[in-house]
Design a protein around this ligand. Structure first.
Ligand SMILES: [Zn+2]
Length: 334
């Protein structure tokens, strides 16, 4: 029925009417708050390229997560910066490493909080790559250095088990090795953690939006880049294949990362698989908003609400975002 009978503006006349037909909602329940944990006590190091984000020692992390929970943020995901790094990332699977210590403290002191842990090697390796390197070929060229997929899998599995043993509610592999979801699922099951779900970074793209994160997690690769394992930003069909593989291997939630430049894939993933989908509103997306807002060029609150709503509208069930605390406080009317 065309105009003049059909008038979509009728339902836009005031906020009460608009809210009746609003299709997408944003609630603190939908948000997962990424937090960075460092050794020491009373440490709160501001991250230069991410205003409002800090590296926190375990005591400060507990206080921060407690405040988040009070504001309605029920889930956090932890990234660890260890005491020392080496070529096999041994800090990643140490039962007394930075993440297991942080998880134990959160589970003891912030009951009700969902604690997710990032499972990867890049924060723990001295070369900053997401796995162990292939032994150099004798006489081969230097640029041949590559991450060895199959040698990395057992280390990721050990890391996930160490996190689960400390009490992690969800483990989240972000390395993009082939077969890691199956390796982690098997190791969790064999060690009595059959109830711990896997949130897989299923379609993670190599790109320029992670720069600020690497300041926060101190995980920049010391040579080369991550294009040998993370995805080419040009490939959508391949992203769906990656997601299908991870679901087949036992993932419980699949993630698209970054979010804003990949809304099409969030949508395709949700419509194709009907599976829980997470999206990571990454550090570069956060930094762009913060930088423009600091100059008074945009209204931060309105832009953040619009961006996060767009990620939900595309099909994400949950959003990992550094804005989680701000948004939750605002939605709660604080
Ligand atoms: Zn990594």
């Amino acid at each position: 029925m065309p105009f003049p009978q059909e008038r979509p503006r009728r339902m836009r006349r005031n906020e009460a009417l608009r809210s009746l037909v609003r299709e997408t909602t944003l609630a603190p329940d939908d948000l997962v708050w990424p937090l960075f944990v460092v050794p020491g006590a009373k440490v709160r190091n501001p991250v230069r390229s991410m205003p409002g984000v800090f590296q926190l020692s375990v005591d400060e992390l507990v206080a921060e997560a407690q405040q988040g929970l009070e504001a309605g943020v029920r889930s956090v995901i932890l990234f660890g910066v260890p005491e020392h790094k080496d070529d096999v990332g041994s800090g990643a699977y140490d039962d007394d490493g930075i993440i297991p210590r942080a998880v134990r403290a959160l589970k003891a002191k912030v009951p009700g909080l969902v604690v997710m842990t990032d499972v990867c090697m890049c924060e723990y390796t001295d070369h900053g790559h997401c796995g162990v390197l292939k032994p150099p070929r004798v006489g081969g060229p230097g640029q041949d250095l590559q991450v060895d997929n199959d040698l990395t899998l057992p280390l990721l599995a050990r890391e996930a088990v160490a996190h689960a043993r400390a009490g992690a509610d969800v483990v989240a592999p972000s390395d993009m090795m082939d077969g890691r979801v199956a390796a982690i699922r098997r190791a969790l099951d064999e060690n009595g953690f059959g109830e711990v779900p896997i949130l897989s970074y299923a379609a993670k793209f190599a790109g320029a939006f992670y720069g600020p994160f690497r300041d926060a997690a101190e995980s920049a690769p010391q040579f080369g880049d991550r294009r040998g394992y993370q995805m080419d930003p040009a490939n959508g069909d391949e992203a769906l294949r990656e997601i299908a593989l991870d679901i087949a291997e036992g993932a419980d939630i699949v993630m698209v990362k970054p979010a804003l430049a990949y809304l099409d894939l969030i949508h395709r993933a949700k419509s194709r698989f009907g599976f829980p989908v997470a999206a990571y509103n990454v550090s570069g997306e956060y930094a762009m908003v913060k930088a423009a807002a600091a100059r008074g060029w945009i209204d931060e609150r309105l832009v953040v609400d619009e961006l996060l709503t767009s990620i939900r509208r595309a099909g994400a069930d949950m959003i990992l975002t550094y804005f989680a605390m701000d948004v939750a406080r605002r939605l709660a009317g604080h």
